[in-house]
Design a protein around this ligand. Structure first.
Ligand code: AP5
Length: 216
């Protein structure tokens, strides 16, 4: 079984993937986290990806499809957070599901675009665990420190407001068409929606109700 979390930057995909890993017996596979780790370690993938990420655009499909082919082969029940993000990526995922006789559910986090800038510019992340906080909507007990492991929280470079604007425009152009793809064209993937505007714990409850019993 594969879970696909779809939605614009700041919709809550990473937050919910981390919360639900245990419940679903699944593992979050965040393309953004994998790419940031490659940039940090200055790998050849990281060097190719960095200018696209810094500008708020997408990393080319061929790089992402190759990278995810390797990760998908190693994780039994992934929660895909940030993949697919274009129709060619979705078609590559359909091929993988078909070849491996796997089922998938894609969840769209429905949100209004105007809440996203505030969510992203107030986000604080633990880069080691991927756990996500927000200074207003989900603050840690001590500012700048992860409640769970005491690690330092940082703000992402691409959460500056000028880059956020570009990321949201990229979403509308490149990723929003996936909604039509999953509603109409995908041969294999079940498509559902959650109200991503609800408070974090209510979104978790919606997801539990929709996805309960679907893990392998
Ligand atoms: P990536 O890291 O995937 O960023 P993203 O999709 O832009 O998603 P975010 O992590 O910003 O948002 P999220 O939905 O996870 O929100 P979160 O839960 O943190 O990608 C980064 C870059 O890598 C891309 O721009 C691209 O260049 C490249 N890339 C990645 N994948 C690629 C691909 N497949 N193809 C090509 N390029 C790719 O929540 C945000 C904030 O809101 C947090 O502070 C949180 O506490 C708060 N929050 C969450 N839910 C709620 C709620 N319900 N109410 C109030 N606050 C909330």
């Amino acid at each position: 079984m594969i879970f696909v979390f779809l939605g614009p930057p700041g919709a809550g995909k990473g937050t919910q993937a981390k919360i639900l890993e245990h419940d679903l017996g699944a593992k979050q596979l965040s393309t953004g986290d994998i790419l940031r780790e490659n940039v940090k370690n200055d790998t050849s993938l990281g060097r190719e990806a960095k200018p696209h990420m810094t500008s708020g655009g997408l990393v080319p499909d061929n790089l992402i499809i190759r990278m995810m082919g390797e990760y998908l082969a190693t994780v039994e029940t992934p929660i895909l957070d940030g993949f697919p993000r274009t129709v060619p990526q979705a078609q590559a995922l359909d091929d993988f599901l078909h070849e491996n006789r796997l089922d998938a559910t894609a969840v769209l986090f429905d949100v209004d675009m105007d809440v996203l800038t505030e969510r992203l510019t107030g986000r604080w992340t633990n880069p080691r665990s991927g756990r996500v906080y927000h200074e207003k909507f989900n603050p840690p007990k001590i500012a700048g420190i992860d409640d769970e492991d005491g690690g330092e929280l940082v703000q992402r470079d691409d959460d500056r407001s000028e880059t956020v604007k570009k990321r949201l425009a990229t979403y509308e152009k490149e990723t929003a068409p996936l909604v039509h793809y999953y509603e109409n064209d995908s041969p294999t993937v079940r498509f559902v929606r959650v109200n991503g505007l609800a408070p974090i714990d209510e979104v978790t409850e919606q997801l539990r109700a929709l996805l309960h019993g679907e893990h392998a």
